[in-house]
Design a protein around this ligand. Sequence first.
Ligand code: S3P
Length: 199
Amino acid sequence: MTHSFRSSTTVSSIDPGKPHLILVGLPGAGKSTVGALLSERLQRTFLDFDAELERREGMPVSQIFGERGEAGFRLLEKGLTEELTQFGNMILSPGGGWVSDPAVVALLRPPAIMVYLRLRPEAALQRLGGSSAGRPLLNRPDPLAELKKLFELRRSAYQSADIEIGAELLTAQQVTDQIVTKLGTLPPAPIGAPPPAAA
Ligand code: S3P
């Protein structure tokens, strides 16, 4: 099947019969780094939403926000998500606000498996170098206050993930290892499975 997604690693088949794996969490949680590592480890195609949207629009996310507002950016995210319903078996790294609209999440999940990389807003900001550069929602006088606000708004959506990893004290490699281990403990995806035989 042909597709127009940019991928940072060797592409395996984008098998529509298998669920995607979606990494969620605050900016700075390590979604892009862990996504690339997972992609190599599991030989699955990786898609970083922000990078893909920047490529398509020919401008950085901050400029998309500037020209079209957050609503315009969310529409682009939604459009990309809709496209991904045609594919499967990918590692997806949407921006931290992708979980905000349950209808968008529901486009992919179920059957997609959602993995939450958990860390406190304070740690997230530290990882971002204390700076909000390139992240329009944090480009405010008090980025920590903004991150805390976003975290409160998104907390329950993040926590609805199938797998939660306490990412704060771990390296990206350790987070990747934990995800792989926990994936092995999940029950098999029910999608496409035949109904249980009657007793
Ligand atoms: C956003 C997070 C960003 C990017 C945009 C909005 C958010 O992605 O999508 O600036 O709403 O939290 P990262 O989570 O990769 O920083």
